[in-house]
Ligand binder design. Structure first.
Ligand code: BGP
Length: 459
């Protein structure tokens, strides 16, 4: 039997856009996903947009019961900035305040610790119109939004996150055209990344000044970069990939300063953002109390074999190539690599390189296409998912035994959910959703997860 510490967070994560239903609510303003879907529905898988979700905005009371039945002692979601502030600033939407207060309070009453994130890819449309994270003013609006959240919900919520996967809106929005505003502009990407790191630090400053008893962190998607070989060129390629993929936000969040190698490359390409010294001090002084890690898969890199076209837009892969490692284990139902040991490498890296800061897995999960094919007698028998969790938990356990300060394991996600451009292509839930009837059915993995959480471990 593998046993986890007595006080260990077992649960799952979702986000406002992916669970609440974007148009369902009482005065919510539009965010970039609402707008994008309205203008280009064909970009979204099956032409299904954020208006078709689990509608947790309406169903949260019942859904909390399902969280309980699947063994949750904790759960992460996010606040929709555009629901609370329809324009992103100005007047607070009182309906939103009522909803979030009741939602978080009920989680507490059910002994489910709420972990609340302030930003999960969902910029209010009114703020995107003035440039979103490109505009320094939006950092001030975000700071005000964060402060308001602490004031409104700080007596209930004790665990906060400033951002989910901040590198995603940088990369997908400004380098590889997978998120709005779909630009390819390296200089703006750097500016957006810098403003995001700064906004996170300002939220932490507000949190500290609010004197709320609780902790604040950031959720980062860490993908360890493994070199193809131990030759110098491949090792250098992996080091550079690490600095872009992982250290870009890890270093400012925990060490209070930007990664040197990354900064030197940014300078070399003449991509330095506009910044001022006072703001750099804010980043230095306001680091996180704890860290959330989303882990799905590593990156496999090798040295560049051909010089990139000098006229091509600058991308991190200017410095390394990704390579397809022969024999790697794959999730054949979605197409991502499965490398369980990655979670252990992350655990030890945090221990050795980042002051053994308190941290937790905030997302880990297995997406599956056409999951209906695994249904027997009305229940999805997702043994592959149980094996996926076990494989990762074994390595996580080893990391903890070796002293890494991990306090929890949240999977992605409780109920099959809408996911950005992929909509409902890949199902991740412990609970199946029938999108038409809204009926929810616990999968085999949901029952297994309850056992895991009750026993604080598994055979
Ligand atoms: C993470 C995001 C989640 C979720 C998950 C699964 O990066 O934080 O919001 O989308 O990935 O991704 P996908 O649905 O694209 O397989």
């Amino acid at each position: 039997m593998l046993r986890f510490p007595e006080k260990f967070y077992f649960g799952s994560a979702s986000s406002a856009t992916q669970s609440e239903g974007s148009f369902e609510g009482d005065g919510k303003g539009k965010d970039i996903w609402d707008q994008w879907f309205e203008s280009e529905p064909e970009k979204f898988y099956g032409e299904v947009g954020p208006n078709k979700t689990t509608a947790m905005y309406k169903n949260y009371k019942e859904d909390i019961k399902l969280l309980k039945q699947t063994g949750h002692n904790s759960f992460r979601t996010s606040i929709s900035w555009a629901r609370l502030f329809p324009k992103g600033y100005g007047d607070v939407n009182e309906e939103a305040v009522k909803y979030y207060k009741d939602y978080f309070q009920r989680l507490k009453e059910n002994d489910i610790e709420p972990f609340v994130n302030l930003f999960h890819f969902d910029m209010p449309m009114e703020l995107q119109k003035i440039g979103g994270w490109e505009n320094r003013k939006v950092v001030d609006y975000y700071r005000e939004y964060a402060k308001t959240c602490f004031e409104l919900f700080g007596d209930i919520v004790k665990r906060w996150f400033t951002f989910n996967e901040p590198i995603v809106h940088v990369e997908c929005g400004y380098l590889n055209q997978y998120h709005y505003p779909m630009k390819v502009d390296a200089k703006l990407a750097v500016q957006v990344g810098y403003h995001t790191a700064l906004a996170s630090a300002y939220a932490i400053k507000e949190f500290k000044e609010s004197k709320i008893d609780g902790k604040i962190g950031i959720v980062l998607n860490l993908s360890p970069a493994y070199p193809r070989s131990n030759n110098n060129e491949d090792l250098k390629a992996a080091e550079i990939a690490e600095s872009f993929q992982n250290k870009s936000f890890l270093d400012p969040a925990i060490k209070g300063e930007f990664n040197e190698l990354l900064v030197s490359l940014i300078k070399k390409h003449d991509l330095m953002p506009e910044y001022d010294r006072e703001d750099l001090e804010i980043i230095k002084e306001n680091t996180v109390d704890f860290l959330g890690v989303n882990y799905y898969q590593p990156v496999r890199v090798k040295a560049k074999e051909h010089l990139p076209n000098p006229n091509a837009p600058f991308l991190p892969t200017y410095y390394f190539d990704l390579y397809d490692m022969p024999g790697k284990k794959m999730n054949k139902y979605r197409g991502w690599e499965i490398y369980e040991k990655g979670i252990y490498d992350i655990a030890l890296n945090i221990k050795n390189e980042y002051d053994n800061i308190e941290w937790m897995i905030t997302e880990n999960g297995m997406g599956v296409q056409d999951e209906d094919r695994f249904k027997k007698d009305g229940i999805i028998e997702d043994d592959y998912r149980i094996d996926f969790f076990k494989g990762h938990l074994k390595w996580l356990h080893k990391g903890i035994e070796e002293g890494s300060n991990c306090i929890g394991y949240h999977i992605w996600t409780p109920i099959d959910c809408w996911s950005w451009l992929n909509a409902y292509k890949n199902k991740y839930g412990l609970i199946e959703l029938d999108l038409e009837t809204q009926e929810r059915t616990i999968k085999k993995s949901g029952y297994w997860f309850k056992q895991l959480s009750d026993n604080k471990g598994f055979e």
